[in-house]
Ligand binder design. Structure first.
Ligand code: NDP
Ligand code: OXD
Length: 308
């Protein structure tokens, strides 16, 4: 039995020490120095190597080093291999902090002040209270629920949408296609925290933007391919949307000559809303292997049918 990491050198170094301490019976290998491939039962990667099954005939768990698994080709991974994504407290806290910042920046007109600064304009605009904004969180999962709870506590009228029904104190929850229209029609700031699946690719499109209240804003923290970029640009040009804060784009990195870069109504960050911390990310994997060895279900086991 062995564990292979295919990731950054820094992560490999720290995780190796953690494995030596907490799982000393499992040999730790750093890609591409994998030892005997038949020994490999656990693999942690962002993008796994090709021909996974042929390469590692006894692989039991494929760990994503991040929260998302859309970079995996699920169809090419046989069902007996468990796929486990990263669920970790600091990763969640990072996303909560980013969305707090983004929603507050929209509420307090910060994109407008940034462009005024560029042209040396000193001009105040009236402040609208948090309670005047209805924030809608798409995706009420590991990240979406804590994000919605914090926005609620900041005073925003907070609602959320997911595939299945949920109850969250002080957050109005909508479920499925049937309730999407009402959710969208009553959202002033839309936060996307969905996983990328066949169902959610392109969900942020012209039709959806047209159903938001005029002048609504977007905070996009999911995946670049949720958003139809040309539709966003058109909605901003037409005034249907007033601002967008994008942490993810399609493609990444965004090409230097892309029209989104220079728009005063768009703020772009390079996929930094949150990331797996090295130390606690390693311990999340150690604890999941321990769970697996005890016959328990790993935290973050992916539902392959749902694709997330
Ligand atoms: P989860 O799997 O815990 O939650 C996903 C949520 O989306 C669930 O509430 C789920 O509904 C809902 N959902 C999925 N498909 C649909 C659909 N077709 N219609 C309506 N709702 C749907 O994921 P996480 O919260 O952990 O992460 C969400 C995403 O955030 C990741 O997949 C990744 O893309 C992104 N991410 C981005 C980062 C960044 O730095 N920008 C960092 C980390 C993650 P239900 O509850 O009913 O299952
Ligand atoms: C993740 C990410 O999925 O960083 O963890 O986007």
């Amino acid at each position: 039995m062995s564990f292979v990491i295919k990731s950054t050198a820094e992560r490999a170094q720290v995780w190796q020490q953690q494995f030596a301490r907490h799982l000393p019976d499992i040999p730790f290998r750093v890609w591409p120095d994998i030892g005997d491939p038949a020994e490999v039962e656990y693999l942690a990667a962002w993008v796994p190597p090709d021909n996974l099954v042929e390469r590692f005939p006894n692989l039991k768990i494929l760990f994503s080093v991040g929260a998302g698994i859309d970079q995996f080709d699920l169809a090419a991974i046989p069902p007996h291999i468990q796929i486990v994504r990263m669920i970790e407290t600091s990763l969640t806290e990072g996303m909560v902090a980013y969305v707090q910042f983004a929603v507050r920046a929209i509420q307090r007109d910060m994109l407008r002040y940034v462009s005024q600064q560029r042209t040396h304009v000193w001009q105040a605009h009236s402040v609208r209270a948090a309670s005047a904004f209805r924030v809608g969180v798409m995706g009420l999962g590991q990240l979406g629920v804590p994000v919605a709870c914090v926005l609620r506590d900041m005073g925003y009228v907070t609602q959320g949408w997911a595939r299945s029904a949920r109850e969250i104190d002080g957050v109005r929850c909508f479920a499925g296609e049937a309730e999407q229209a009402e959710f969208i029609a009553s959202t002033d700031i839309l936060v996307c925290l969905l996983p990328l699946t066949e169902q959610t690719a392109g969900i942020l499109n012209r039709d959806l933007f047209a159903r938001l209240p005029r002048g609504a804003s977007l905070v996009q923290c999911g995946r670049g391919r949720h958003l139809v970029t040309d539709d966003l640009i058109a909605a901003l040009d037409e005034g249907q949307l007033s601002a967008a804060i994008l942490d993810v784009t399609d493609p990444e990195p965004l090409p230097a000559d892309h029209p989104l870069w220079d728009r005063p109504d768009v703020l772009i960050t390079p996929h930094i809303a949150s990331a797996t911390p090295t130390e606690s990310g390693g311990m999340a994997i150690v604890n999941n292997i321990r769970r697996y060895l005890n016959g328990e279900t790993p935290v973050g086991l992916v539902n392959r049918k749902m694709g997330y």
